[in-house]
Write a protein that binds this ligand. Structure first.
Ligand SMILES: NC(=O)C1=CN([C@@H]2O[C@H](COP(=O)(O)OP(=O)(O)OC[C@H]3O[C@@H](n4cnc5c(N)ncnc54)[C@H](OP(=O)(O)O)[C@@H]3O)[C@@H](O)[C@H]2O)C=CC1
Ligand SMILES: C[C@H](CCC(=O)O)[C@H]1CC[C@H]2[C@@H]3C(=O)C[C@@H]4C[C@H](O)CC[C@]4(C)[C@H]3CC[C@]12C
Length: 313
């Protein structure tokens, strides 16, 4: 299906190019090509919540925010969930709610993802609980400031461990089970992991690292014919408590809803998509501009923020 889409898109663009150059068959071909392109871009593959029924899913960073909402969606769909974060009391509440919502089973493990042993232990726990794994959702992030880069190299090291290395460690441990089940890895990233956004230099570095690692790994899995999908989720501003606390004074528009965002992440993973852009236009359009007019995009990005509200130290 994906190959067909790409081939059709390529063919359509070629037709458009030649028609416009030669002025031939414009009246017939252009509407036809338009229809084909509209089909390619807007037709949605079918998602059915039943796809997640009975599936065994790990969600990291699920005590609050988007991760918490993903746990609730998965619970409603009848999945088994194992959630992680540092705060035990919050995790316990999310587990209780998951069971009320219909989860096939719900467990948690708490601890900091600075510790690679925890990353590995969570995957071992899934093996112990369920004997296998269908979906690994990597979502947690460590605390990050929204301000001019302060020169703190240790902060970047710590953030790389939490936001990047622990994702790699969990993936390494989970791959044997995911290979067996033909499962999926969902990596939650950000617009700040694809384009340069001011005031998030350390965070941005960790999210760009995820793109490099997981996009390369995806290629290797395809070459080796291993049926494990990797979905990189590129998110714009989402109205979670943490994001609102951190950036509401600089944003000109409200964030997108975390509940819808969480559902889109699960949907794109279940459909084994390569990348998700959410909210679509706020993320996709800047990415299309990025390689053609980078300076223009840089200035659009700066102008979209109330930079004057960021304290200069
Ligand atoms: N909100 C937004 O605007 C955007 C979010 N994203 C991405 O979405 C994902 C979720 O973001 P969001 O829901 O806003 O984040 P939240 O701050 O709401 O949630 C972060 C989660 O990670 C956990 N966590 C924090 N520190 C650690 C740690 N050291 N070890 C283990 N777990 C930890 C938190 O729980 P606890 O404190 O109990 O450990 C919490 O469960 C992230 O990957 C983020 O990069 C991307 C773009 C925009
Ligand atoms: C300001 C950015 C959007 C600018 C634009 O639309 O032009 C936001 C896009 C992604 C956001 C950050 C993010 O990826 C999540 C972090 C999570 C924490 O909860 C704190 C906030 C974030 C640093 C958040 C900040 C705004 C964005 C960079």
């Amino acid at each position: 299906m994906l190959l067909w889409r790409s081939a059709l898109q390529g063919l359509s663009f070629l037709c458009l190019f030649f028609c416009s150059r030669m002025g031939l068959l414009l009246k017939i071909l252009v509407p036809f090509v338009g229809l084909v392109l509209a089909f390619c871009f807007y037709s949605k593959e079918d998602f059915n919540p039943e796809m997640l029924k009975g599936k065994r899913v790990i969600v990291t960073g699920a005590s609050t925010g988007i991760g918490e909402q993903m746990a609730y969606h998965l619970a409603r769909m009848g999945a088994h969930v194992l959630i992680t974060a540092r705060t035990e009391a919050k995790l316990q509440k999310v587990v209780t709610r998951c069971l009320e919502l219909g989860a096939a089973s719900a467990h948690f493990m708490n601890g900091s993802m600075e510790d690679m042993a925890l990353a590995e232990d969570v995957v071992k726990e899934a093996k112990h609980l369920w004997g296998g794994l269908d979906m690994l959702i990597l979502n947690h992030i460590g605390y990050t400031y929204f301000n001019y880069f302060d020169g703190d190299v240790e902060h970047i090291r710590k953030l790389l461990e939490i936001n990047f290395l622990s994702y790699v460690a969990m993936t390494v441990s989970a791959l044997p089970m995911l290979k067996e089940s033909g499962g999926s890895i969902l990596v939650v990233s950000s617009k700040a992991g694809k384009i340069g956004i001011p005031f998030v230099a350390p965070y941005s570095a960790t999210k760009f690292a995820l793109d490099g690692f997981f996009s390369s790994l995806r290629q290797e899995l395809i070459i080796k014919n291993i049926s494990v999908s990797i979905t990189l989720c590129i998110l714009g501003h989402i109205a979670t408590e943490t994001a609102e606390k951190t950036v509401s004074h600089v944003m000109q528009k409200p964030g997108a809803p975390k509940e819808e965002c969480a559902l889109e992440i699960i949907r794109s993973g279940a459909l084994r998509k390569r990348e998700l852009y959410y909210p679509y236009t706020a993320v996709r359009i800047p990415l299309l501009i990025r390689d053609w007019a980078p300076e223009f995009l840089d200035s659009l990005t700066r102008n979209s923020l109330n930079v004057e509200n960021v304290k200069k130290s």
